[in-house]
Design a protein around this ligand. Structure first.
Ligand code: ZN
Length: 140
């Protein structure tokens, strides 16, 4: 699918907010329905998920209460059940540089985070249940 660049938003997420929730709030407030997300910063708690492809279930793979760096957090914005939906993956590093990664879940708390969101102009992507994978995927 082809999409054009529409807007770029850059800013800071609030301290002590849930990372995924705060990103979703930014997108909803600015009504960004299609786009990409990038975040760097630091978090004080981390909850990551892993999709078990055999069991077809999402589980919590990592739960940390350490202060961590966000090495990378990238994601996308589309629609699910008529709502703006953020899907993001994250790599975080501890004080020794050891990294953990996975699907960003609620419970990852912002210490400081800087986002860069690219809003795209194109056909909206809608997540629907996919029989092959058991995931909510785009139709194209
Ligand atoms: Zn994911």
């Amino acid at each position: 699918m082809k999409a054009k660049h529409k807007n770029t938003f850059i800013g800071r997420l609030p301290h002590n907010e849930d990372l995924l929730g705060a990103l979703t709030d930014v997108c909803k407030k600015k009504n960004i329905q299609l786009g990409t997300i990038s975040v760097i910063g630091a978090v004080s708690n981390v909850v990551l998920g892993y999709y078990d492809q055999d069991k077809r279930t999402y589980g919590e793979s990592v739960r940390l209460t350490e202060k961590m760096e966000i090495v990378s957090c990238s994601g996308n914005i589309s629609l699910k059940d008529d709502e703006i939906f953020v899907h993001a993956h994250v790599s975080v590093a501890d004080s020794r540089g050891i990294c953990y990664g996975g699907h960003l879940m609620n419970g990852t708390i912002v210490f400081a985070a800087e986002y860069h969101i690219t809003e795209l102009d194109g056909k909206l992507l809608i997540r629907k249940p996919d029989n092959q994978t058991g995931l909510n995927l785009w139709s194209e």
